[in-house]
Structure formats: C-alpha cells, structure tokens
Design a binder for this molecule. Sequence first.
Ligand code: KET
Length: 398
Amino acid sequence: MFAHLEPYAGDPILTLNESFQKDPREGKINLSIGIYFDDEGKIPVLGAVRAAEAEIAAHVGPKPYLPMEGLAAFRSGVQTLLFGADSAALKAGRVATIQTVGSSGGLRVGADFLARWLPGSTIYLSDPTWENHRAVFQAAGRKVETYPYYDAATGGLRFDAMKAAIEQMPAQSVVLLHTCCHNPTGVDLTPDQWQALIPVFKARNLLPFLDLAYQGFGDGMDEDVYAVRALVAADVTFIITNSFSKSLSVYGERCGALSVVCPDADQAARVLGQLKATVRANYSNPPLHAGQLVATVLNTPALRQQWASELEGMRARIRLMRERLHAVLTARLPGRDFNYLLTQRGMFSYTGLTAEQADRLREQEGVYVLRSGRMCVAGLNSRNVERVAEAMAKVLAG
Ligand code: KET
C-alpha cells in the first residue's frame, strides 16, 4: 500500500531542531528554531502564565468541546489586543475572529477558506519568508508566488521593487505580509512604507494576509500592530493570524487566532460562518486549555500588565544580546559590517552565512543556525554569546 512513498526530506527548522536534541556534544548551542530562551538557556514560564494556570487549576470544571470558533472570552480578548479597546471596527461588528491551533492553524484555516471562496487567487509571499508559509498554502492547493523583499547587498528592504511588484498583482491576489519582526530577515516596513502600500492594496483590490507571530518583540505590544490599525483605519478588507506561542512562551499549548476584517457586520457574520465550516471539516474545534489560558491573561488586568512587562524584559534581553554579538564580531573581524545585528528586529537575524558556512558552524563548532543563514538571537545568553561570536568569526574568516 505504501511501498511507493518517498522518504520525508525533513523540515528545515523542526528537523534541524531534532538533530540538535540528538547531538551528544556538551557545548552545543541552539540558534535554529524560533524559540525565546532566557539567560539560563531555558524556555521561560512567564509569571502571568503561571498565575493563569493556578487560577484555572483552582476551578477545574467539566471539559466540554469548545464551539467551532473557540472560546468567546479568548476571541474578544484577542480582538481587543489586536484592534484596540476603542476600535470602531469591533463596535461595528465587522471583525470575524476564531481561535486556532497556533498561528500555523490560522494560516491553514485561512488558506482552506481562500481555496473555497477566492479559488482563483494567487498567494504572494515575501522573498524570503518563513519556510512553512509556502508549504501551508500549497498544501491547501493554493498557487504561490513571491514578491521582492530583502536586499542582500544592503541588509535592508527592497521597498521600491516590493511596491512595484504589488502594483502588478492581479485583482483579488493575496499578499502575505509579516506584521512585525520579519522571519527570517528581521527587516520590517516603516509606518511610512505601510502607508504607501495601503492605497495600492485598495486600488488593485488586493487582500493583505498578515502574519503576527512576534507581537511585542519589535518595539512594543501596540507599536508592533501599527499595520493592523492602519489597515483598519483605511477600510481595507484583510486577514490576520496571530500567535501567542512566542509572546506568552506557550509553544506547545497551540494558542493562536485568525481574524478577518470585513466592510460590514453582515459580511463578517458570513465569513465567521464559513470559517466555522472550515474548522469543523478539519479539527472540529480548538483546544479548551489554550483558550482558557490566554483568555485569563488577556482579560485579567493585573496579568495583562504583568505579561506586558515580562515581554518588555524579553525584548530588552534580545537587544542586549544583539549588542554583545555585534561588539565581539566587530572586534574580531574589523573589516566587516555587522550593523545588521543592531538594525534587524525581533528574534531573528539574517547573517548572510551560506548553507555551507552554516554546516561548518554546526559540524565544527556545535552552533546551530538555519542553512538559510537565519540565526535565532533569542537563543543567545550571557554565557554562550562570546563563544558564538568566536565560532562565527572563525567560519567567516574561512
Ligand atoms: N508565522 C511565523 C512567521 C512564524 O515564524 C511561526 C513560527 C509561525 C507562524 C507559527 O507559529 P505557531 O506556533 O503555529 O503559532 N516559527 C518558528 C517555529 C516553526 O517553524 O514552527 C520558527 O520559524 O522557527
């Protein structure tokens, strides 16, 4: 029956992370997967999450299925987080939000929804993007293309080329955009650049699909949703999936959401209905614990506050690690420009290391980065940062 199956080639991120776990070397350092580690090298349990868990455990009750769209308190908490407490769009009832199995689940439900309701549309991804974007949309039978994004020569954004490409997209194309902390490059659009794209989305009748996996890791919880608020204010119809995996450090709980901002409440109600139908035919309904956990943090003012300050600490620590890595590399290889480490935002830096250099870094130095050259700077800590810098300098020097 299955004799014809091809062996799985593995996933560029998850399989590398598995290899790291199996690596017997003591000094190995994991800068591959997008996970925030604290200065002890551990995945933190946030105080806000610990308190929410205690609250839930103190009131253990029956565990019914959630509705297809997820827990109501989770959905309203997510809406306030993304669109703001005073959002006119929320008040008008024109946003459809469902709880999803992480933002990966949000992407896939969104992709399946588009396959059914915008079947002719092509999905455009930034070049480069998170490796799994292509896989998710193709698995849903979507046609996938790319638009120019990263400029390897300057380490910045090819904004003019990006805008020109978007201006050429056929009507009803879907443009996938990273809301903040672009994965893998760490290169983001400025508010002015978002504003310059908005008229293009409208004039060309395009559908932005935002992916927000790193809220709070850029400039701040509200600052990082600039694009979301700007699109709403400009009356653009768009989709957004957001994740709590990284921002609440709850990866395995699978907490995410998918929202569709519509022109009016009637459309939003129909969209919500069809999202529910998509979920029902897939995993039926999302996990109860994930919904309760996030809802408790979002809807308890003291915990919401605590979360914001803990996230601020994570953001500051990443910045410090960027500075430390930059300082040692600049001292070791004075002829080279490592400024990208300071300007790129969020968990990742795009180091420019080739696949072959990434292999050498892993094999000879025990330092794991993706073969694309992406480094998770959130895996650096005060004990390993110098060693990583020395190892990188060695590999870069040839
Ligand atoms: N979008 C982006 C841009 C992203 O980087 C990730 C995860 C996700 C969505 C999925 O997050 P979820 O946990 O489903 O809410 N990225 C890291 C982990 C992975 O590849 O699954 C990574 O890039 O390493």
